[in-house]
Each structure stands twice: as structure tokens, then as C-alpha cells.
Design a protein around this ligand. Structure first.
Ligand code: NDP
Length: 251
């Protein structure tokens, strides 16, 4: 079972993996975990100070030297994604994985009161930015012998929930886009695309969504990494167009 996956220490040896939203929460844990399993990690995010801290922690732990890529999905343009592809091409020549993890909650609020600018912002960060970034990076992914693209979904991306507005819609769309792309890639062989639903996890976003909840009742990001490792590594080969849970449903 993927939730209990036991990754060998060298699972991601030699792989170049991009993690978005790598400065905090689940993305930070994923970047450090991938590095600990041998990957060269490209840390993408909007707060450089946080990315630098993760960089230092990876180096201190003896991981392969990571790279930092500052980018804010809110203002990023197609040109930024193509410049990014060019930079990564020069530096690495290929990409073996992308964890699309950066995300914005927006506001939990009745639809009548949903602010249209905030709606656009959430759709930009959670859906459109990652979509166009993926398009620009496809040639680099196809240069890999075994590339895995993972989009981050949510329980509210599978069943709508009152007041979750753009966040919920963006996660449904993420699942949809993943399926469309996976179907196009089905017969091309070396590139697979799937979704992961982290489940309730102790992060800043979760605390914002559920201010009354005791964070100690939640799993920490480090505890949900087995499914992330399984999806990024060679053991998930052959899985394409699927959506996985990183933890069992809460009772
Ligand atoms: P956090 O808020 O802790 O981390 C989100 C990360 O995304 C941060 O590093 C943040 O950067 C980055 N980010 C936000 N906006 C932008 C932007 N405009 N451009 C670039 N980076 C940005 O959230 P989580 O770790 O909890 O969430 C990670 C993913 O998991 C998200 O996709 C979320 O929707 C999903 N998820 C989380 C659940 C949970 O219980 N925690 C449950 C279900 C899904 P910065 O640090 O600079 O703000």
C-alpha cells in the first residue's frame, strides 16, 4: 500500500525534481524528503528567505546541492515559464519530476460574498500558473527516461463543500486537467501524471481553514511522505491519470 510505502534510501538518486511551494508546509517536507532520498531538488516559491532556509537544511543534511527558483504564480507570465525552462535546460538538461504543491486557500466564505479578484487569484495560483508552467516544461520532462508529474488535489476537489469557493473549484479543475494530460500522454511511455490528496495535514493553510482545530490532532507533513516518494520514484511506473490519498480518511 502506498501509504505505508517504504522507500529505499537511494530511491531518487540522480533525479532532478522541481517542487513548487517548497518553502513551507508539505512542499518543504517533500523537498527535504526527496533530497534525503538522493534527488537534486529545485526549490520554487515566492518567499526567498524560506527557500534559502530549506536549501541550507538540505545541505546540512548532506543532500545533493539544491537549486532555488523564486517565482510568484500570481504575477508570473508565459515568458517567465519559458525563461525558466531555458534556465533549467542549461543547468540540468532534463526534469525527472514536478511536484505541483504551491497552493492558495483564498477565503472560506459564502459564495454571495466571494470577491471576484480573490477568485481569479486562487485560480491563478492553484490552476492556471501550474498548467502553463507544465506546458513550458514538457520538453524537459520528455528528455527524462522516467518522469513523474504530481498535482496536489484535495478532498474538496472530489466533492464540493459549502463556502470553499475557488479553492474547491481549482482542485476539481486540477483533477480534470491531470486526467486530460494523462490521457494525451498515455501512449508516449516515459511521462506519467497523477494527483495526490495530502489529507488533513498540520500546516499554516490547514490552521487558516480550521482555526478552532487542535493542530496536534493532525499528521505532520513528514508523516505523509511515503505516497509522495512512491509517486516520484520508479515504483509508480505504469500509473497514469490516477488520484491517490497520502493518508487514510479520518474517522
Ligand atoms: P502552506 O500554506 O503551508 O504552503 C503553501 C506553499 O505554497 C507555501 O510555500 C507558499 O509560499 C506557496 N505559495 C502560495 N502562493 C504562492 C504563489 N503565488 N506563488 C508561489 N508559491 C506560492 O500549505 P500546505 O503545505 O498545507 O499545502 C500544500 C498543498 O497541499 C496545497 O496545494 C494545498 O492546497 C494542498 N492541501 C493541503 C492540505 C492540508 O491539510 N494542509 C489538505 C489538502 C490539500 P509562502 O511560504 O511564500 O507563502
Amino acid at each position: 500500500c502506498k501509504i505505508d510505502y517504504q522507500a529505499p534510501g537511494d530511491l531518487l538518486e540522480g533525479r532532478v525534481i522541481l517542487v513548487t511551494g517548497a518553502g513551507d508546509g508539505i512542499g518543504r517536507a517533500a523537498a527535504m524528503t526527496f533530497a534525503r532520498h538522493g534527488a537534486t531538488v529545485i526549490l520554487l516559491g515566492r518567499t526567498i528567505g524560506k527557500l534559502e532556509k530549506v536549501y541550507d537544511e538540505i545541505e546540512a543534511a548532506g543532500g545533493a546541492q539544491p537549486a532555488i527558483f523564486p517565482l510568484n504564480f500570481e504575477g508570473a507570465t508565459l515568458k517567465d515559464y519559458h525563461d525558466m525552462a531555458e534556465t533549467l535546460d542549461k543547468e540540468f538538461g532534463r526534469l525527472d519530476g514536478i511536484l505541483h504543491n504551491a497552493g492558495l486557500l483564498g477565503r472560506i466564505t459564502p459564495f454571495e460574498q466571494y470577491n471576484p479578484e480573490l477568485w481569479e487569484q486562487v485560480m491563478q495560483v492553484n490552476l492556471n500558473g501550474p498548467v502553463w508552467m507544465t506546458q513550458a516544461l514538457l520538453p524537459l520532462l520528455e528528455a527524462s527516461a522516467d518522469a513523474s508529474v504530481v498535482f496536489t488535489s484535495s478532498g474538496v476537489g472530489r466533492k464540493g463543500r459549502a463556502f470553499w469557493g475557488a479553492y474547491s473549484v481549482s482542485k476539481f479543475a486540477t483533477e480534470g486537467f491531470m486526467q486530460v494530460l494523462a490521457d494525451e500522454l498515455e501512449h508516449r511511455g516515459t511521462l506519467r501524471v497523477n494527483c495526490i490528496n495530502p489529507g488533513a495535514t498540520r500546516t499554516r493553510m490547514r490552521a487558516n481553514a480550521y482555526p478552532g482545530e487542535d493542530p496536534e490532532t493532525l499528521r505532520a507533513p513528514e508523516e505523509i511522505m511515503p505516497t509522495y516518494l512512491w509517486l516520484m520514484g520508479p515504483d509508480s511506473r505504469g500509473h497514469n491519470g490516477e488520484s491517490f490519498d497520502a493518508q487514510p480518511p479520518r474517522s
